[in-house]
Structures are given as C-alpha cells and as structure tokens.
Design a protein around this ligand. Structure first.
Ligand code: GDG
Length: 468
C-alpha cells in the first residue's frame, strides 16, 4: 500500500499511550491515517534556531514517524506571523481591513515554502501520496514539482476561500493560485469555498470547469472538491462518557447553582465573533431583566497568535466588554460572564459542553468549525442542549437543525438565546437527533478516507481502494 506523507505547518506529535485523549480530532485522524499507511508527518517543530540548517529531526512515536525542521526568527516573523497570519488568514476570512500587504512577508513565505520543499524532498519515495495542509503551504506542491516530484499530491484548505473580488486585492494573487494547480486534488471544507475558487479560475484565468469538478490546466486534470471535515466521533463520545468528563460536568453544574448556562469554546481569534457574542449576551440580559441573574455565559478562549497586533487588540476588547457586562449585572455571589483565557483537556471540555443548555458558536467566518460538532456529540440525548450556530460557519451547511443566526445582528442573536433557553424538550430532542446523525456519519475518519481515495485517483486499483 502507498505511504502517506502528510505536510503541515506544525506537526502534532502523538502523546504517550494513556494521554492520547489530549489531542485534537485532526491530529488523531491524521495519526491513525499515518499508522495505516506507514506514513511520515513533516513540518515545523515550533522551535527557533539562529540560522536555518535544514536538519531533519526524525522521531518515531506510537507507530508514526515525524520529521521536523527548526526555523530562524526572520522566517517565523515573515512566513508565520507575517504572510500566513497577517495576510492570508485575515484575507481568507473576508477581513481585508486587517490584511497587511508587505513584500517582505511574501518573500519570507516563498523562502520558507522552498525550505520545506528542500527538506521534505529526500523523504518522498516514488509511490508515496503527498497530502499538504492549509494556507501556510499553498505553493509547496509546485516547488516539489520543480524538484522532480511526480507523485500524486493533494492540498486541503482548512479555512474559507474568499470571493474573487477580495482575493484580487492580494499582490501576486495570480502566482499564488497558479502554484496551487500543481496539485492533483484541491480540497475545500464546503461547496461555498469551492465555488469561490472555481469562480476565480474561470474569471481570472479563463479555465473551463468540468461538470465533475475537474479543471484542466497545462494538459493535466485537477480535481477540485469539497471534503467537509468532521470530529473524531468515536474518540470524542468515549471521552464524553468518561469519569473525567462526568466529574468536570458535575463540578461545573454545582458551581452555577441551578442557573442555565451558555457555552462558547474558541481560540481567541477575531474570526470567531466573540465581541459580537458578548454584546448579544449583554443585550439578552438588558432585554430580559427577569432572567438576568439566572443565566451564565461560560466562554473558554485559549489565546492564540499573541505576537500579532490584531490578536492583542481583540483580547483587550473582550476584557473591556466582559468587565462592562459583569460590572452591570454581577452581584456579590454571581457574575454573568465567566471568561477564561486557558485551555482544558478534551475530556473536561466534553463535560463542560454537556453541562451547558446552549452552545453558542457564532463566528463571523469559519472554514468549518468543529466546536459546533463537538457540542452536539457531547449532549445527553435524553435532555440535549440547543446549538446556536452562525450562518457563516462552514458547518452551517450540514447542521441545518441548529438555530442559525447572523452573528452581526446583536438583536437576532439575543432573541435566539431567549428562544433556545425556552425550547421545549420535544423540539430539543428532534433537532438533536438530526444533528447527531449528521455529526456521526460525516466524522473525521470519513473525511480522511474520502480525501485519500480522491488522492489515489485513477491510479487506484480496486484492491487499493478496498484497503482504505
Ligand atoms: C481551523 C479552521 C476548521 C478549543 N479550546 C480548547 C480546545 N479547543 C479545540 C476545540 C476544537 C478546536 O480546538 C478548534 O477547532 P475549530 O474548528 O473550532 O477552529 P480552528 O482552530 O480555527 O480550526 C476551522 C478546523 O481548522 C479544522 O479543519 O474547522 O474552520 O479555522 O477541536 O475543541 N481543545 C482543548 N482545550 C481547549 O480549551 N483540549
């Protein structure tokens, strides 16, 4: 069977046995794929060295080989903090107001992608399948082709793909998109992002789009397709039924003393709509004074990308909003917003989700959003909570039975909170059942199998397909 070479910005090294539950769903799925396909996971170690050497640190853990390189401070500044997180991330989340166009960032991005290509090239054998992840590494495939790699290569983008009108604001956008056409498969989270990409190919490059999503470019066929990512359903639901989850659930329940709880869990990122969420909750408290002392919002928001100014600003903004709302509605024994800037082990998180009557997932723009799926998977089916979900999350296309909202409309979200808190058990169960089936049936294993199957492409024999 072909080996799988997974390439991403960072590598998530498997934890020692017994601690496996601490990993995210994506890491778990890729690790299991790598074990099945005897693969290698290549990426940046997260470490800094004074001068780039290209030294590969190879390790073997839990049946998976990882290969990592260290980067220099200038690489991290220009490629990671710069082009990836100050240019592409905001642009891909429709925030051209936050997008920085700095030529040094672009050069750093190309330099680091070339360093990735140089370092991973010797690891690739002729029958390997190469699977590249995310916006950090869009041109990597074309750099590997230039080094003679003829293997089948795929790219999966975890973020949205922006509308053409926004993308053309990026200097050298033509070069960036053209470089992506070196892959055999280009995967997106949803049809919406896929269609934006195809629109660009059609309008800006004049490429005809085949009925089946194939695009022809320079005599090669490229499959562009949506592969909606899911959670590791089995691992997550096992975790949700563990003693650790139950203990976290019971402690949290006891601490709210009979009040109803809403929960948000998000990396501290402006794309997640946290400011609007807090404002909506404040509006709910203002409009429903009889409930103001009976409802708590627990917001877990581990900081991320703290070296980038826009992330420092969102953090300050949220501290101000929390202080304002808590100042107005708290009393000596109660605060309405519990705003927590740290992460928790996954099993505890599952217990927290189950303890909350309402899951608030209100990003302004999100490739998919796994928290929405985790909230559903963690519920007690006999007495499930209600999911309020932004219409701008990729997951909204699948999770039709959630209460969908426009997160920009403070009034609409506030009214929906009221509706969710009052929803009768029968309706909660009916909605939950449909949502649960969808989260279970399109989990991360399904996602990975679909992608790898597409990556095998025409070359796959019935036997290799079977072995997936
Ligand atoms: C990108 C795309 C896409 C959060 N707090 C804690 C914690 N988390 C975990 C959640 C969830 C994950 O982080 C966040 O995933 P999301 O999908 O919600 O969002 P991004 O981080 O922005 O991910 C997104 C995803 O890639 C996958 O393709 O869905 O659209 O932006 O799993 O549970 N985990 C733990 N403690 C925490 O406190 N253990």
């Amino acid at each position: 069977m072909s080996r799988l070479i997974v390439i991403s910005n960072r590598v998530s090294v498997p934890k020692a046995a017994g601690a496996a539950g601490a990993q995210g769903g994506l890491a778990v799925a890729l690790n299991s794929a790598l074990r099945e396909h005897r693969g290698i996971w290549f990426g940046w170690s997260g470490q800094e060295v004074e001068e780039f050497t290209g030294h590969l640190d190879m390790q073997r853990n839990q049946g998976v080989t990882t290969a990592t390189i260290d980067l220099e401070p200038q690489d991290i500044e220009e490629y990671y903090n710069g082009y990836a997180n100050r240019t592409l991330w905001p642009l891909f989340h429709y925030r051209i107001d936050l997008t920085e166009y700095d030529r040094n960032f672009g050069e750093g991005y190309e330099r680091v992608n070339a360093r990735f290509a140089d370092s991973v090239r010797p690891l690739i054998e002729p029958d390997d399948l190469v699977w590249v992840h995310d916006y950090h590494l869009l041109p990597l495939g074309s750099l590997l082709r230039a080094k003679g790699v003829k293997n089948r290569m795929g790219l999966f983008l975890h973020t949205p793909w922006p509308p053409t009108r926004l993308l053309v604001s990026l200097p050298f956008h033509e070069r960036l998109v053209e470089s992506m056409l070196a892959y055999n498969v280009i995967g997106f989270q949803t049809e919406e992002w896929l269609n934006s990409f195809l629109h660009y190919l059609e309008k800006e490059m004049g490429l005809p789009i085949g009925e089946d999503g194939h695009v022809e470019y320079q005599g090669r066929k490229i499959l562009c397709k949506a592969f909606p990512i899911g959670i590791d359903f089995k691992e997550f639901t096992e975790g949700a039924n563990s003693d650790e989850a139950k203990e976290a659930h019971d402690k949290l329940k006891a601490s709210v003393r009979g009040r109803k709880m809403l929960i948000g869990v998000d990396r501290l990122d402006y794309s997640k709509g946290l400011g609007e969420r807090f404002e909506s909750f404040g509006r709910f408290l203002a409009d429903n004074p009889e409930q103001a002392s009976q409802v708590v919002l627990l917001q877990i928001a581990p900081p991320s990308r703290g070296d980038v100014a826009s992330y420092q600003q969102i953090r300050e903004d949220l501290e101000r909003k929390t202080g304002h709302i808590n100042g107005a509605y708290a009393d000596v024994a109660f605060v309405p917003i519990r705003y927590v800037n740290r992460g928790y082990p996954r099993r505890q998180l599952a217990g927290f989700y189950r303890a909350a009557e309402v899951g608030l997932v209100t990003p302004l723009r999100d490739g998919m959003n796994l928290v929405a799926k985790e909230y559903i998977a963690a519920q007690d089916p006999e007495d499930p909570g209600v999911l309020i979900l932004s219409q701008f999350a990729g997951s909204a296309l699948q999770l039709k039975d959630a209460l969908q909202v426009n997160p920009h409309s403070i009034e609409h979200v506030s009214e929906t909170i009221k509706l969710a808190l009052a929803m009768p058990l029968e309706e909660r169960r009916r909605r939950h059942e449909a949502l649960y089936d969808s989260v279970r049936d399109t989990d991360v294993v399904y996602w990975r199998e679909e992608f790898v199957r597409a990556l095998f492409g025409e070359e796959a024999t019935p036997d290799t397909r079977e072995s997936l």
